[in-house]
Write a protein of this length. Sequence first.
Length: 235
Amino acid sequence: MESNSAAYGASLAGAGFDPIKFIKQPQTIIRFLSWVFAIVVFASITAEGYVNGSVGVQVRCVFNNNEDACHYGLGIGVIAFLACFAFLLADAILPSMSNAQERKYIVMADLGFSAAWTFLWFVCFCLLADQWLKTQNTIGIAISAVHAIIAFSFFSIGSWAALTYFALVRFRQGVVDMTQNYTDPPADPTSPYPTTYMPQTYPSFQNNGQEIFQQPPISPNPDPSDQTSFQPPVY
């Protein structure tokens, strides 16, 4: 069912795209920062995350020679980069969507993905920081690039946590708006009874016949002779 309300973050369903308003939104700014942080992480790992090994031409990861650490950071960064771009497009077209159910699915996807990537960035930061502390041989390693990878992994935790918060607020607001749209209108306070509970009026009962049972009138002076006197028995 379609709805023209502002459910799930849409300012006005069916409205046009306002680029100035879109850019000034806090969610857009945070998402753009998350996009930049992801670029720094995976680009730094790609460019400076590997150095030539001591044997032959074999390259090794700068994080304690742990290939999994480099692969994990690279994968998280690339997926975050693509997701930020996709959700930026979704935020741009959201106000022009007239179907509240479709807007709900987009907001739910944003909420779930942002919460998951907040946790994954936390794991990435802990993993890279721990492996760097264990690194013994730092010859040929670009220390500044390593510090940038770890730092922007940490910054990504906060940015994606903020995106999770904004998505949660938008989802809750959408639930409230949808509930208000589909509830019955309140009763008129000027009416003594709701229209659906108006008591029925019945015609008053009138007994046109004579009384079936009538109590005889009470005699003010009853005749004592008519009453049976009590005589005690003789023994």
